[in-house]
Design a protein around this ligand. Structure first.
Ligand code: KG4
Ligand code: ZN
Length: 338
């Protein structure tokens, strides 16, 4: 039995998994109510809250899994990227437990947790195109194996979830904004706002969302919108964001000649995104993360730990605020050698 922990941002998440990758229990304690009055995550409040409730969430997870700490044979924890104070809470907890009980400690990159999450409860087939689209990241990866991950392209400015959250804030829809915008968009006209697809000078592989955010800001600034106009703004924004993600996914699938597409991250919860990715990519195998594994959770961390098997010394492991996915492209190295 593997005990997995993620405290990288504003969710305290604990999961228990079996060695074959089956999720026995996955608990997420959200801090929405703590951060909502501030319109965004307050790092100091987030880390304090993790420290206060993590031991209780671990106890609850063990209880619901019908086991005790004596049944746990390995630990997994997110060590990067995230808010440093938040990461440290989970990392220190896992280090202490692993050291005290002499358990192997697996370390997981949060984005790799998302990247493999569409395959939780399933077998992974390689190669696949991975799209991670969340509040902090929007990036495409080519995945040829557990350790063969290369970044194909990413946003040069805002992440898609960030655009949702910022526009929602201006519209007074609360935090996080994605679910609220998604709901209202269903009642609006997706062509009400004339938005143009941004072209990034750096190259086809890059994405940019700040121009769309600014265009929507300008369209709504200093105006009192009726509820149907708010619905139209949400629908237009959503149409544009999902359209760009679809277009870029098609570009990378064709360019890299990949037969599979795996979509993950909080924004993968989005109803239009799920519909479009299922409809528009009938020629490839599409895997969307299950809704319970889209937003941050520790089940994906445990799952990625089992796939990657990267261990650390409980005495020396440290949290790291930012770190790129280690692009160890063995496929290319091998080709080079041949
Ligand atoms: O993966 P996640 O929990 O945290 C990060 O690692 O960033 O993603 C959170 C993001 C937030 O920006 C939230 O607004 C967005 O996911 N989100 C959505 C939806 N549900 C959550 N965005 C669009 N539509 C949704 N239904
Ligand atoms: Zn995340």
């Amino acid at each position: 039995m593997l005990l997995a922990i993620d405290t990288s941002c504003d969710d305290t998440s604990v999961a228990v998994l079996r060695g074959d990758g089956a999720v026995v229990v996955s608990l997420v304690s959200s801090q929405f109510s703590i951060h909502a009055p501030h319109g965004g995550v307050v790092p100091e409040l987030a880390s304090r809250s993790h420290a206060e409730i993590l031991p209780a969430i671990v106890d609850r997870a063990l209880m619901q899994a019908g086991c005790t700490l004596d049944d746990i044979t390995a630990m997994a924890v997110t060590y990067t990227p995230g808010l440093l104070g938040c990461l440290l809470v989970g990392v220190n907890f896992a280090k202490a437990l692993a050291h005290r009980r002499n358990l192997p400690l697996y370390t997981v990159h949060h984005l790799e947790g998302h990247l493999f999450s569409p395959y939780i409860g399933d077998c992974i087939s390689y190669p696949f195109l991975g799209l991670v689209v969340s509040g902090g990241h929007t990036a495409f990866y080519r995945v040829d194996g557990p350790h063969e991950i290369s970044t194909l392209g990413q946003t040069v400015d805002d992440a898609v979830g960030e655009v949702y959250d910022k526009i929602a804030k201006v519209l007074g829809l609360g935090y996080p904004g994605g679910p609220a915008v998604d709901k209202l968009a269903a009642h609006g006209n997706p062509h009400a706002l004339k938005l143009t697809i941004p072209r990034v000078k750096m190259g086809e592989e890059y994405l940019s969302f700040s121009g769309i955010k600014t265009a929507v800001f300008q369209a709504i600034l200093n105006r009192t919108l009726s509820s149907s106009e708010i619905n139209d703004v949400c629908a237009s924004l959503q149409e544009m964001l999902v359209g760009i993600l679809c277009e870029k996914a098609r570009y990378f699938l064709d360019r890299e000649n990949l037969p599979r597409l795996a979509v993950s991250g909080g924004v993968a919860m989005n109803s239009l995104l799920r519909k479009r990715f299922q409809m528009n990519f009938a020629d490839v195998e599409v895997k969307l993360a299950a809704p319970e594994y889209c937003t941050d959770n520790a089940a994906m961390i445990g799952f990625a730990a089992l796939i990657k098997g990267e261990r650390a010394d409980p005495l020396t492991l440290n949290a790291v605020a930012t770190q790129k996915i280690q692009a160890r492209s063995l496929r290319r190295e091998q080709k080079g050698r041949a």
